[in-house]
Write a protein that binds this ligand. Structure first.
Ligand SMILES: NC(=O)C1=CN([C@@H]2O[C@H](COP(=O)(O)OP(=O)(O)OC[C@H]3O[C@@H](n4cnc5c(N)ncnc54)[C@H](O)[C@@H]3O)[C@@H](O)[C@H]2O)C=CC1
Ligand SMILES: O=C(CO)COP(=O)(O)O
Ligand SMILES: [Zn+2]
Length: 352
């Protein structure tokens, strides 16, 4: 008997373009969100966009409340939940990079309230996804969360953000190549459920970004447009899969482990990009496509070496050899790499 079921939860409104921040209230009214909005932002994004969002809701007599968050942690999610309860929030808006958006998303899920995503950087593909990702102790939790009901991505703001944030977003997309390979491997070896649609969408998104790499240039607002569209597409792939599998494989395990060993050394996207070079080597060998991954990253100006990430060789080796421990997700790392094999992979690919 056929007994499969699936829920694909996607945003109603994805508003992207020049100056669309000023349409935040309209995007919210269009989907009939009601009650008091709570704006959740980290400090810089608050001054870059949050203040304007608050002013817009004030002009609309919506009585907005606000809370500033610093780090992606369960404590931060808890404090947003408390604030939301104390101000009797009707829905939450996450304004910022991946961390502020994840915190607001997870708090909204816990509160059973609507969530709106207002990215100020094209730095990660959690903008649209129904996943929240925060570290806890020695592990990383990627939890099913309330996906955004609306997304407001103003390319003027994204283009004015530091360029490295945009190259990090590109690298997070390029890492889909290895993430999908890991997912397929887990399907073949461990019978993990695989979605052709989600896998193909994630892979095709990476391919289109690489094909457009020549148009992704600092100072061009069109670059932010290209990158944010790819980030949306990758987030949709995660929603279709109801898992971060289409966009997160061993390269993400490596990055999550770096976050523990060398906190704040580099951006998420940059770490997964370098991880991808090495895990592609593990998938396809010395003459394999790791060279294409490295060249794609280099062409948009994303880091390709440990030096460029600002970490030392031993940190790379420690992260590679322990990455498999961070969560129960089967990848090309299997049950762990030996130090000699990790050194070989990192050296052949020029990462160390
Ligand atoms: N939930 C999901 O599906 C996904 C979650 N993530 C998570 O997202 C996080 C990474 O996101 P990032 O954005 O790289 O880190 P982040 O949120 O820490 O932002 C990086 C820095 O950029 C600053 N920033 C943001 N917009 C700015 C602007 N317009 N001008 C100046 N500075 C600005 C922030 O204040 C912060 O200091 C990680 O925790 C990662 O696990 C990443 C991908 C997918
Ligand atoms: O970063 C992500 C996808 O790009 C989310 O994946 P995780 O589930 O590994 O946090
Ligand atoms: Zn990522």
């Amino acid at each position: 008997m056929f007994d499969k079921t699936s829920w694909i939860r996607l945003p109603h409104n994805v508003v992207v373009g020049h100056g669309v921040l000023d349409q935040t209230v309209a995007a919210v009214e269009d989907i009939h969100l009601s009650g008091r909005p709570l704006i959740v932002a980290s400090p810089t994004p608050y001054s870059v966009a949050g203040e304007r969002v608050v002013a817009q809701f004030e002009d609309a007599d919506a009585d907005p409340a606000e809370v500033i968050v610093e780090e992606a942690s369960f404590e931060a999610v808890e404090s947003v939940i408390e604030t939301a309860r104390s101000v009797d929030a009707g829905y939450l808006l996450g304004v910022g990079g991946g961390k502020a958006i994840d915190i607001a998303k997870m708090a909204a899920d816990e509160l059973n309230l609507g969530f709106v995503s207002v990215p100020t950087a094209a730095s990660h593909d959690g903008i649209v996804s129904g996943r929240g990702s925060v570290p806890e102790g020695d592990t990383r939790h990627s939890v099913a969360s309330e996906p955004p009901l609306a997304v407001v991505a103003d390319t003027e703001i994204l283009a004015e953000a530091p360029w490295r944030l945009t190259t990090a977003g590109c690298a997070d997309i390029i890492s889909n190549y290895t993430a999908v390979r890991d997912w397929q491997l887990a399907h073949r070896l461990k019978n993990v459920e695989y979605s052709e649609y989600a896998g193909e969408l994630a892979r095709m998104t990476a391919e289109m970004l690489v094909e457009n790499a020549g148009s992704i240039k600092q100072g061009l607002e069109e670059s932010s447009w290209i990158v944010v569209k790819a980030l949306v597409s990758s987030g949709v792939a995660m929603s279709i899969a109801d898992s971060s599998r289409p966009a997160s494989g061993a390269e993400h395990l490596f990055s999550h482990q770096l976050d523990r060993i060398a906190p704040d050394a580099a951006l998420h996207g940059h770490q997964v990009g370098v991880g991808s070079i090495m895990t592609e080597y593990l998938h396809s060998g010395a003459k394999g496509q790791w060279i294409d991954v490295r060249d794609a990253l280099a062409s948009i100006g994303a880091p390709t070496t440990a030096d460029e990430l600002g970490i030392d060789d031993d940190t790379v080796l420690e992260a590679l050899t322990t990455a498999h421990e961070i969560r129960d997700r089967y990848t090309i790392l299997g049950d762990g790499m030996s130090e000699a094999a990790a050194r070989e992979a990192a050296t052949v690919t020029g990462v160390i």
